[in-house]
Design a binder for this molecule. Structure first.
Ligand SMILES: Cc1cc2nc3c(=O)[nH]c(=O)nc-3n(C[C@H](O)[C@H](O)[C@H](O)COP(=O)(O)OP(=O)(O)OC[C@H]3O[C@@H](n4cnc5c(N)ncnc54)[C@H](O)[C@@H]3O)c2cc1C
Length: 376
């Protein structure tokens, strides 16, 4: 993340930077601001630079009367780069610099401001495009994030959307890693538990958690009480899982209940990366049909990536018409629905402790070596 603050430019009439937001990403300048500009010996082709920036302004475009702030993200074009800038109004009393006098002589300060920003952005991009994104979390210290939306998905499952510091911020969580969330149980005692967001760093400005709340669960109590506008403390990233695209030919995934969240995150990251051809085979176990989390999202991925993503659902108590597996996940189910043991495959597991133990036993018995297995 590169933050650029242009403090010296007086924005006389911010409405001149009139932008109409058509959808998430497409922005059209209503007023043509300026096409080209000469400053000293330097000639800028502002229109193309402006175009690049305008097209990439995220939908979070705010124009305050006093301190207008524009957040830009060119991550749409270059996945590893996020850029944000601010144009602030200079207090009337501050003496203008020579450069400012030059600028103020023109009536297109906003255009010039954006032009300079465009040049700075291009330079910043050239210098920093190889650097990785800066995330919003810290592995050592807890940071507070505001809950902006809570969606109840079933009687005991809810989706929580937390706001990141700016509309273009990313959480900064490597694929397959998790965060530690801090809350208080019903006795007022502090609790810290791991959770895997269902969002990725391509989702800018927010992150989401899908939480299953157990009647007696300590952290479950905290999430049950959490309301929009409340803040939650988060620390991270955490976790041993590391993934490089193409590292394995195929993943098998054995998930139980809320253990689906790390699997979903890894599967999404793989499938949404056009350069990654890894196959993903998921076995997802639950007690009842209603317990299946992220069902719509999983079906969406299956429909969008046929041949690359397969899900086999297993239920302890299936409904009358059920074509998936019944009972607990068995060795036979793993043989039928996961890649066979090989040096270029990996089986991931995440579920309640008894399930993890049973799955480790099955995998050992089927000949999967320790290197071929990973438990979240
Ligand atoms: C890497 C990782 C990522 C995780 N991500 C998520 C996530 O995205 N969403 C999510 O909801 N959870 C996730 N979990 C589980 C989460 O960390 C907590 O364990 C869970 O929220 C229960 O915590 P609690 O304090 O409410 O329950 P606790 O106080 O620890 O448990 C109290 C009671 O709740 C019940 N219970 C607790 N956990 C389970 C379980 N897994 N299966 C069945 N019954 C249970 C049991 O009856 C238990 O006795 C993840 C766990 C790990 C290790």
């Amino acid at each position: 993340m590169v933050d650029v603050e242009i403090l010296d430019i007086e924005v006389v009439d911010i409405e001149r930077l009139d932008i109409e937001i058509l959808d998430n990403w497409t922005l059209v300048p209503v007023l043509e601001i300026i096409l080209s500009l000469e400053i000293g010996l330097v000639y800028f082709d502002i229109y193309s630079a402006l175009n690049l920036l305008l097209l990439s302004i995220s939908r979070h475009f705010s124009v305050g009367r006093r301190n207008p702030t524009i957040s830009l993200s060119i991550s749409r074009f270059v996945p590893d780069f996020v850029f944000s800038l601010q144009i602030r109004k200079t207090p009337k009393s501050s003496p203008p610099s020579q450069a400012m006098e030059f600028l103020e002589a023109k009536e297109v300060q906003v255009g010039i401001g954006v032009a300079i920003v465009a040049v700075v952005a291009t330079a910043a991009y050239l210098y920093t495009s190889k650097k990785s994104k800066v995330g919003s979390i810290d592995p050592e210290n807890f940071k507070e994030f505001k809950l902006v939306k809570r969606t109840q998905l079933s009687h005991n499952v809810a989706k929580f959307r937390f706001e990141l510091p700016t509309p273009t911020s990313v959480l900064g969580l490597p694929i397959g890693q998790h965060i530690s969330c801090r809350g208080k149980d019903s006795q007022g005692e502090e609790v810290i538990k791991p959770y895997t967001p269902t969002t990725l760093d391509t989702d800018v400005g927010y992150f989401e958690l899908v939480i299953k709340m157990y009647p007696l669960g300590r952290m479950s109590h905290y999430f049950r009480e959490l309301r929009e506008g409340d803040y939650m403390a988060v620390r991270g990233p955490k976790g041993r899982f590391k993934y490089q695209p193409g590292e394995v030919r195929a993943f098998g995934m054995l998930a139980g209940g809320s253990g689906i969240t790390p699997m979903f995150q890894v599967a999404r990251a793989i499938l949404e990366n056009p350069k990654d051809n890894t196959q993903v085979h998921l076995i997802y176990a639950n007690v009842t049909y209603e317990d299946i989390l992220l069902k719509e999202e999983l079906e969406g991925l299956e429909a969008k990536y046929p041949g690359r993503f397969h899900v086999y659902y297993v239920l302890n108590q299936p409904p009358e018409e059920w074509t998936g597996g019944v009972g607990f996940v068995s060795k036979e189910m793993i043989q039928a629905h996961c890649p066979a043991p090989a040096p270029d495959i990996k089986i991931l597991r995440c579920g309640p402790p008894p399930m993890n133990k049973a799955m480790a036993g099955h995998l050992d018995a089927l000949g999967y070596s320790a290197e071929m297995q990973f438990q979240f």
